[in-house]
Design a binder for this molecule. Structure first.
Ligand SMILES: [Zn+2]
Length: 674
């Protein structure tokens, strides 16, 4: 158990503090389940800071009030260099000195919270609320992996840490995809999503949404020197800190740092709406004091909103995977910080009606990096009279088939609609699904139009059409081989990815993981009865019905995937003890002392690893024996770590096999072998 505690905390740190995870979410959950089982069996050994505490407690009725020991004040906003200079002049005047250092950091667009630690243990936490009283959301905060349940190193007996809970853009987009699959309204931005999540009464749902946290302050500054010094404490205690921060002695340097981040904001995977500028020294902060609303020693510099004004010149209707028709505005191109915006989402026909957006309208478009631009509002004052209402089409623009609508969404219901098939293939191949590289939308278009792909499983028969593929536009020998290799490699994906990739209605990534935990393989899932599915926690009648109907209609697809050699089950039984080798991919080069290559492969596979004679970017380790070949160079180029033969043999000895020896097998494609 002690080993599991240490291992899980180690991986939490890797993931949240260093941003460099070594194991997949799936493997992490498996270790966690193992620990939970042990704790249930030996409750007397359970620790108060056990990572299983994050799994989520009981559903609550509502939230109690959380009274702040010291008010959580807000920060005054500024919008220009003049205002920042004015702030600096005031600070210097009040302090009677020009020697002021400023600590500057990204203003993350999330929810401010206070966390209480007693003797190093996380005991309570609440939202900012009105600054004096917020809501007590301890159970929900516990589920956030980036918040340590126990502090490390040295700490005061009572400590209040303040910081921001936020949702990454990736998590926000994933959540919105799941919501749209369930017919729920998407969250307009990551901050709304984070705030909405913290208000959920079921901590288990909070955990699934993968919130993040960074620390930026403490409730009581006594005993600390400055904001910049505090950062070192945060790291040692185990908190993630702001990735964009600096300390400057001139206000000009402060401003150029702000401008730099205003330009670079698109590079971040979370939303920021400005920078926070603080007098660094706590002694000076105390001298400056505070007004009723805000401390005098800090201000926020807010970025200009990324709104663009342009004209809608056309409206196109796209057909999605589920047949939903999505209107897209074609814009007069406008430029914003280096990118040209030509298209923007109009969401759906009901939104168009609600916002009264018309063809040829002058409109405001919201643009943020990595976020699909959308039309915020029209400017009716600028209408000339030639604007026209935007109405749903009378038939499917892709296949001409009949469409049905419920007022908000309109759908094409033709099962052979090419637009639906194209979207389904793109989803199947996407990064979070089967992750098939080299299969872009243009190529999918061609493959569907030529009739090479009539369903998802046809992908795995493309290898038989090499010559025809070579005849396609922009397809040389190399691109064909790359494509076929990616497809071949995708046969080995983990079960949750495969389930998600199929595009079953209401089954997003989270639900796919839940299903994969309960079924050993896709065939068992396909034969599951409605009641059996509904008995699983987190699966309601709607999802269960969607799964049952999907597999009833898609038995041939399942058989075809199986015949193609796509892995339909888990690598090894979910309960098998985890070893160093579990779930990792190995390649071998050179001679191993006292062991043939076939034996080595068998030993790795018995410990839950995957072995292959070829080296790819997804290989985790290259085992290097005597007289190694060119793979060593390639491993360096791919940044695949090397594992010397001696270390490999020691690791083998230290982890016992999961299963009886079986014949070595190696079905990996061998294109890259020297
Ligand atoms: Zn259609």
């Amino acid at each position: 158990m002690e080993w599991l505690y240490r291992t899980l905390r180690y991986h939490e740190r890797k993931y949240y503090l260093e941003g460099d995870p070594e194991i997949s979410d799936f493997e992490f959950d498996r270790l966690l389940a193992e620990l939970k089982e042990l704790e249930d069996r030996y409750p007397e050994w359970k620790r108060a800071d056990s990572p299983t505490e994050r799994v989520g407690g009981e559903v609550v009725e509502g939230f109690a009030s959380f009274v702040h020991r010291r008010p959580m004040l807000s920060v005054q906003n500024t919008y220009s260099f003049e205002e920042i200079q004015e702030f600096a002049r005031r600070v210097s005047r009040l302090l009677g000195t020009d020697e002021v250092a400023y600590h500057v950091e990204l203003k993350i667009d999330g929810v401010a919270v206070a966390l209480h630690y007693e003797d190093g243990f996380f005991v309570a936490g609440g939202t900012r609320g009105n600054g004096r009283v917020g809501e007590e959301i301890t159970q929900n905060l516990r589920t956030i992996g980036a918040i340590p349940l126990r502090l490390e190193g040295e700490y005061p007996s009572f400590l209040e840490v303040r910081g921001e809970v936020f949702m990454s853009k990736a998590a926000w987009k994933r959540l919105n995809r799941e919501r749209s699959e369930r017919g729920l309204a998407p969250f307009a931005n990551p901050r709304n999503a984070a705030a909405g999540t913290l208000k959920l009464l079921d901590p288990k749902l909070v955990r699934e949404r993968k919130l993040s946290f960074i620390a930026y302050g403490v409730g009581e500054v006594e005993g600390f020197e400055s904001y910049s010094q505090l950062q070192g404490h945060f790291r040692r205690w185990g908190f993630p800190i702001n990735p964009g921060q600096g300390t400057f002695s001139s206000i000009e340097a402060v401003y150029s740092f702000c401008l730099e981040w205003e330009k670079r904001r698109g590079e971040l995977d979370f939303a920021i709406d400005g920078m926070v500028i603080k007098v660094d020294s706590f002694r000076q902060q105390l001298l400056l004091g505070e007004t009723a609303k805000a401390p005098r020693g800090m201000i926020a510099y807010k970025f200009a909103p990324e709104l663009l004004r342009t004209t809608i010149v056309d409206v196109q209707v796209q057909v999605g995977r589920t047949g939903v028709l999505t209107p897209v505005a074609i814009l007069e191109p406008v430029e914003l910080s280096g990118t040209v915006v030509k298209r923007a989402s109009l969401h759906n026909f009901k939104e168009i009606e609600r916002k009264d957006i018309r063809l040829y309208d002058k409109v405001f478009v919201q643009k943020a990096a990595e976020i699909i631009p959308y039309v915020v509002k029209s400017i009716p004052q600028l209408r000339t009279g030639k604007e026209r209402e935007i109405l749903p089409p009378s038939s499917c623009p892709a296949c001409g088939g009949e469409i049905f609508g419920d007022g908000t969404f309109w759908r094409c219901v033709q099962s052979n609609c090419p637009a639906k098939l194209k979207a389904a293939i793109e989803h199947f191949a996407s990064r979070n699904a089967m992750d098939i590289a080299h299969l872009g939308p243009k190529l999918v278009d061609q493959l569907v139009e030529k009739g090479f792909l009539r369903d998802l499983a046809d992908l795995y028969w493309l290898a038989e059409r090499r010559r025809e593929l070579l005849a396609l536009e922009r397809m040389g020998t190399k691109s064909v081989e790359n494509l076929l290799y990616s497809i071949e490699e995708s046969k080995n994906r983990e079960l949750p990815r495969l389930i998600y990739a199929l595009g079953i209605p209401h089954v997003g990534e989270v639900v796919a993981r839940v299903l994969a935990k309960h079924f050993p393989d896709l065939e068992r899932l396909a034969n599951a009865r409605q009641e059996e599915l509904e008995a699983i926690e987190g699966i309601g009648p709607e999802i269960a019905g969607g799964v049952v109907r999907f597999f009833r209609a898609n038995q041939p697809l399942l058989q075809k995937l199986k015949a193609a050699g796509v892995r339909l089950g888990h690598q090894n039984a979910p309960k098998a003890p985890s070893t160093f080798f579990s779930g990792k991919r190995f390649a071998i080069t050179g001679k191993l002392p006292g062991m043939s290559r076939g034996q080595a492969i068998a030993e790795i596979e018995q410990r839950g690893g995957l072995a292959s004679s070829s080296l790819t970017k997804s290989t985790d380790y290259l085992i290097v024996g005597e007289e190694p070949g060119s793979k060593v160079e390639k491993a360096k180029a791919y940044q695949v770590p090397l594992l010397p033969a001696q270390e490999f043999l020691t690791l083998l000895q230290n982890s016992s096999p999961n299963s009886k020896p079986k014949k070595p097998k190696n079905k990996q494609l061998d294109i890259f072998s020297p």
